[in-house]
Ligand binder design. Structure first.
Ligand code: ATP
Length: 400
């Protein structure tokens, strides 16, 4: 494996040597304190760079785990109004610590710095419960790359929110991320035992994931012709079932008005549903529209309903977002850009994807990958079409 860069070497510090009298504490209380003893080489990650959010943690910790590199992450989520670890981030870090039998130091709610000392990845059964509506999909985002390189199959039972704002709704993860990850050789199955929403969460998802020998690179340069458009929407609890119909109608209207459906004789397929009490905890609603093409592109737009936005407006947003991405030459939507970066970095061979303008999340993901590995991303812009970027990288070729 390629040697790392960006590693600032800190020698193992010494302890004071003097005997200290102290009360016994649980391992977690101990870990909540940042130690003076640093175990071997450690790579410094500044959690405030670029986006300055939780994604920096997920990519750093997943790569730390896979490459067996110690990391010290400081200024955690400094770019957010409530900096430091929130329950979702902490649960994700603790999950990976269990997956690799690693040591997480400083991992407590609100921490703005953590140290992570990984050991070998182990598949098998792992359970993580955010205990709030913290996103299950973001737990998967941190754990999946690690478990891909386990020796054995994994089963992940994740509890939290399935459909929460500022994170991929579970339908997006399953209908957009999953097929694209499958093109790279990833194989996982997901059962949504129960959906959970803000503020209570209590969603539950079971994932079974097969390990890979290595990941295949991905090439998405050719748009192809549209061969499928679906729009699904759901309501749950006290949210009236008409909301899903309104969301779908608004999205469909925008898509039909702005996209040529010449290659789609069967038109746009729609699926409104009201979830039962067994299927969802609490009140919620959401919509996803997915566009597939003959060349293997998958574009999605998914949002949750909210009290501050009409169902109509939520549906329109989904339609408009897809129309915007399809009006350019991009072969992935804006949210998928950053979600593919870690897989591209780990793959064996050269990945190339055509995108719209780079998102700050994507720039951040690239920055973190380049800090922890020798992988170099190249972002090429076309003079004739300034809104199109080509992201390419020669992956590490990590093998399990
Ligand atoms: N509507 C959406 N559809 C698909 N993916 C989404 C959507 N909203 C956000 N995401 C994805 O969720 C991730 C959010 O990362 P980000 O670091 O902003 O969140 P976070 O971990 O909750 O931390 P923070 O609270 O610091 O923002 C990104 O990968 C982004 O692409």
């Amino acid at each position: 494996m390629a040697a790392s860069r960006g590693t600032s070497s800190r020698g193992a510090g010494g302890t004071s040597g003097g005997k200290k009298k102290r009360a016994w504490k649980t391992a977690e209380q101990e870990d909540a304190k940042i130690p003076h003893l640093v175990l071997g080489d450690i790579t410094e990650i500044d959690g405030s760079v670029k986006e300055g959010g939780g994604q920096i943690l997920r990519i750093s910790i997943a790569l730390s785990c896979l490459l067996r590199k110690n990391v010290h992450i400081s200024n955690i989520r400094a770019g957010r109004s409530t900096p430091g670890l929130r329950p979702q981030h902490l649960t994700g870090l603790q999950l990976v610590a269990r997956i690799c039998n690693g040591r997480l130091v400083g991992g407590s709610p609100g921490s703005t710095e953590v140290y992570f000392y990984p050991e070998a990845v182990q598949g098998g059964r792992h359970v993580a419960d955010v205990k709030t509506a913290g996103s299950i999909c973001l737990l998967l985002q941190i754990a999946l790359p690690c478990l891909l390189f386990a020796k054995e199959r994994s089963e992940l039972l994740l509890r939290g929110g399935t459909d929460v704002d500022m994170a991929p709704p579970i339908n997006y993860t399953l209908k957009v991320f999953k097929p694209l990850a499958e093109a790279m050789g990833v194989h996982f199955e997901c059962t949504i035992n129960q959906r959970g929403f803000f503020p209570k969460g209590r969603g539950e998802v079971l994932i079974t994931l097969d390990p890979v020998h290595h990941l295949k690179p991905i090439t998405l340069l050719d748009r192809g012709d549209i061969n499928g458009i679906t729009i699904e929407a759901f309501t749950a609890g006290l949210v009236h079932r008409k909301v899903s119909h309104e969301m779908i109608a608004a999205a469909k209207f925008i898509l039909e008005k702005n996209i040529s459906l010449a290659t789609l004789p069967s038109g746009i397929k729609t699926d409104p549903k009201h979830l039962t009490e067994q299927e969802a905890f609490g009140n919620g609603s959401g919509i996803i529209s997915v566009v597939t093409t003959t060349s293997g592109c998958v574009f999605g737009s998914a949002y949750n309903g909210s009290k501050t936005e009409s169902a109509d407006r939520c549906g329109q947003r989904v339609g408009e977002e897809l129309v915007k991405v399809l009006s350019g030459e991009a072969c992935v939507d804006d949210y998928m850009q950053d979600q593919l970066i870690i897989l591209m970095a780990l793959a064996k061979g050269c990945s190339r994807i055509k995108t719209g303008p780079l998102t700050l999340h994507t720039e951040t993901a690239i920055h973190i990958v380049e800090t922890l590995t020798d992988v170099r991303f190249h972002v090429l812009r076309n003079d004739g079409s300034p809104d199109t970027c080509l992201i390419e990288c020669d992956g590490l070729g990590l093998e399990s």
